[in-house]
Unconditional design. Structure first.
Length: 274
């Protein structure tokens, strides 16, 4: 019986700050090869190769901004042909841009308050500093921290404006399909990628699951990034549903094995879905 064929999309040379994308994908694909016939390719090559495979798995492919035209063509072809892409292209979060942060703010979700226009600045809590970042940005590209007086001239609909939260730490929750896998946190706010295992409380998990349920992806890997605000509550920073880095090297071996098993099972379910 033939095994499923997977095209695994990654940029092994992407120079991520504080992370080594290539190590994670080399390790993960070495495990997935036990169950699937698998080939790796750069995101710019995915369109030319994808039709020969049963599914395309988008992993550590770097910010789409670096190859926007190629990604748009890949996405259009996948939607036109019904190609199986994992994560599925129906995500409502980072996969679709940053509009979701505005939508979640307006809907009253526990997210860092976010607006994009000068007329809405009054909706933000008062702060000494504000974060301004492009709507189409990624990986902190174009991010600025500015005083309140600068905001009216910057909030023109092309950027996101948020209060600069003096958080205690950041924490990320990792899910496969709708199943929680593990959490990691950065105890030092100045060292975002110096991660340690984190045991979430029931309230923490309810917080994270709320965003997974909102996004509605039936299959796929998602990362819920949050910060612990001064009042003790968690606030969403980002919901990564396109190609979240998994920080598997920060996990003990048994948790890594459990994640690989969950991902493998998810891919089999995805390939078997009608």
């Amino acid at each position: 019986m033939s095994r499923p064929r997977i095209l695994y999309v990654t940029d092994l040379a992407y120079p991520a700050r504080g992370r080594r994308y290539c190590d994670e994908d080399i390790a993960l694909t070495s495990r997935l090869r036990e169950e699937f016939d698998l080939a790796l390719c750069h995101p710019r090559d995915a369109l030319a190769l994808m039709d020969a495979f049963d599914a395309v798995v988008v992993r550590n492919s770097g910010p789409v901004l670096a190859y926007q035209e190629a990604y748009d063509a890949f996405r259009a072809h996948a939607l036109r042909t019904g190609a199986r892409v994992y994560n599925p292209l129906t995500g409502r979060a980072d996969m679709a841009g940053k509009q979701y942060l505005l939508d979640l703010t307006a809907a009253g979700f526990p997210v860092i308050p976010t607006v994009d226009r000068a007329a809405d600045l009054e909706r933000l809590p008062s702060a000494e500093r504000y974060v301004v970042k492009p709507k189409l940005g990624a990986d902190s590209i174009g991010l600025r921290v500015v005083p309140p007086a600068d905001l009216p001239g910057l909030a023109d609909g092309t950027v996101l404006v948020q209060p600069c939260v003096d958080f205690a730490y950041e924490v990320s929750f990792y899910f496969v399909d709708h199943d929680f896998q593990y959490a990691l946190h950065a105890p030092d706010p100045d060292r975002r990628w110096d991660l340690q295992p984190y045991e979430p409380s029931p309230d923490d998990l309810r917080f994270a699951r709320r965003f997974i349920e909102w996004n509605g992806l039936e299959h796929g890997v998602q990362r819920v990034d949050a910060c612990r605000a001064p009042g003790g509550e968690l606030l969403l920073v980002e919901l990564e549903d396109l190609n979240p880095y998994l920080s598997l090297d920060a996990l003990p071996a048994d948790r890594r094995d459990a994640f690989v098993a969950a991902l493998t099972a998810s891919l089999h379910r995805f390939l078997g879905a009608v």
